[in-house]
Design a binder for this molecule. Structure first.
Ligand SMILES: Cc1ncc(COP(=O)(O)O)c(C=O)c1O
Length: 456
């Protein structure tokens, strides 16, 4: 056991050491090498050392360097060293964190981390929460609590009786709600297509004045951090409409929610605390290992009503918080351990520094593009940058060339009809030098793609 674990640690450290200088995308040869895994299930056992060696030698080179400093695709944080170390330790503990009585240490860590997070985000004291896999599931949890509450107010017990025959629930979203939020609504039986879509402005923000009249059981889903632009819906104005109508306000803050912890950005999130539920990710801006999402609900009883189960053999009576009363899963790993370790290590100021640094890097990218004559499509208010290098074919060619070059990695998008390269700066390990090095390559490739603005 000891030798195997030491070998795993040695291999993992060699992988991490190589991250800053290896190509961000895996080589085509490394990816092609994965086909060697496609073998029949062995009849007999293999030496664990040999299995680990196979895993490392075949798969490590075929990974994309998401954990490294120059991965700017999607919205991806790295893993702060302490969170990876805590993850290894918690893996050894192997605690099925459903009940306090059975797993007091990990349940306590989640309870404390939850209290810290409620405080950090300025949410109402006493809000409940859940540690889940990601924002898709944290939105699912918030919306499950919403579904419970709005139907309970209409005299319907949705957990007991389902949705067939229930009073209709109106669900309102912004036209640029994240597709995973729409998926969560589908999983809850609220329908992907039944939603009322509110028009957005030129940054993708919901136009509060365009909200429909709110009446009856209603859930309004706002967004803190548009996945393309980083823009925030006007939460204060939206809450001013939902509160008097008794509608439930849910905020999808997958990455933008962290702005609420940063005084210089808190203006973006003004009104966020007036909502009823919130979903965010820890694997994005808190930089903990995958997978890790966080749900918060102002009224913990609404979340508990949606998620708790009871059975004879399960210990439900406890003066402490039982994690499984608030999560879709019964058995689950102790996700809160890494969240606690990140918060305990960074402290309030460390989180402010991390978020502000990534936002500064995003502004530097935008400034570099503009100086070279390229069009930045969004107001860079957070960590997201959208840049066009000309007609869609040219922008797509720059993205493909950049991914092949390997210095850094960005993806593409079509946003409000415009093709763009997306840059998301979300990793603790990205330095000023990484940004300059990446920018230089981006501009060189854009020039090479025939997009020199003087030649356009
Ligand atoms: C605004 C928003 N909501 C939800 C999600 C889904 O998050 P996850 O992939 O962690 O489930 C994302 C992912 O980028 C997002 O940006």
């Amino acid at each position: 056991m000891r030798k195997l674990m030491q070998d795993a640690a040695r291999r993992a450290l060699a992988y991490l050491d190589g991250l800053p200088e290896r190509g961000v995308a895996p080589s085509p040869q490394a990816v092609a090498g994965l086909s060697s895994l496609d073998e029949s299930l062995p009849d007999g056992p293999s030496a664990p050392e040999a299995v680990l060696q196979l895993l490392d030698e075949t798969c490590s080179p075929a990974t994309i360097a998401m954990a490294g400093p120059r991965f700017f695709g999607f919205v991806i944080g790295g893993s702060l060293p302490v969170t990876l170390a805590a993850n290894w330790l918690a893996g050894a503990w192997d605690q099925n964190t459903a009940y306090y009585n059975a797993t007091p240490a990990t349940a306590m860590l989640e309870q404390v981390a939850l209290r810290w997070l409620v405080d950090l985000f300025g949410l109402p004291q006493g809000s409940g929460g859940a540690f889940v896999t990601g924002a898709t599931m944290s939105n699912f949890c918030g919306l499950a609590a919403a579904r419970h509450a709005v139907l309970a107010r209409a005299g319907w017990n949705v957990e007991a009786d389902g949705l067939i025959g229930a009073p209709p629930v109106t669900v309102v979203v912004g036209a640029e709600a994240h597709p995973s939020l729409i998926k969560s609504l589908g999983m809850l039986g609220l329908g992907r297509n039944r939603v009322v879509r509110v028009p957005v402005d030129d940054q993708g923000r919901m136009r509060a004045e365009a909200l429909p009249a709110l009446d009856g059981p209603t859930i309004v889903c706002a967004q803190a951090g548009n996945v393309n632009t980083g823009a925030f819906d006007p939460l204060e104005a939206i809450a001013a409409r939902t509160r008097p109508a008794g509608a439930w306000l849910h905020v999808d803050g997958a990455f933008g929610m962290w702005a609420a912890a940063v005084p210089s950005l808190a203006g973006l999130a003004r009104g966020m605390a007036s909502a009823d539920s919130w979903g965010t990710d820890a694997h994005k801006w808190l930089n903990v290992p995958y997978d890790s999402g966080l749900a918060f609900v102002r009224d913990p009883d609404a979340l508990r009503a949606a998620m708790a189960i009871t059975a004879e053999y399960l210990p439900t009576e406890s003066p402490y918080r039982n994690p499984s009363d608030f999560t879709p899963e019964l058995s689950r790993r102790a996700r809160g351990v890494e969240v606690w370790a990140a918060l305990r290590t960074l402290g309030r100021q460390g989180i402010v520094d991390l978020v502000e640094r990534n936002c500064r890097h995003a502004r530097r990218f935008a400034e570099g593009f503009r100086a070279a004559g390229h069009r930045v499509l969004n107001d860079v208010v957070l960590n997201q940058v959208l840049v066009s290098f000309g007609v869609p074919e040219v922008t797509n060619r720059v993205i493909a060339d950049l991914q092949a070059d390997g210095t850094c990695w960005c993806g593409g998008t079509v946003w409000q009809g415009q093709t763009a390269m997306r840059i998301s700066v979300s990793s603790w390990s990205t330095s000023d030098a990484d940004v300059e090095r990446s920018l230089e390559v981006m501009l060189r490739l854009a020039d090479g793609a025939g997009t020199d603005p003087r030649k356009r």
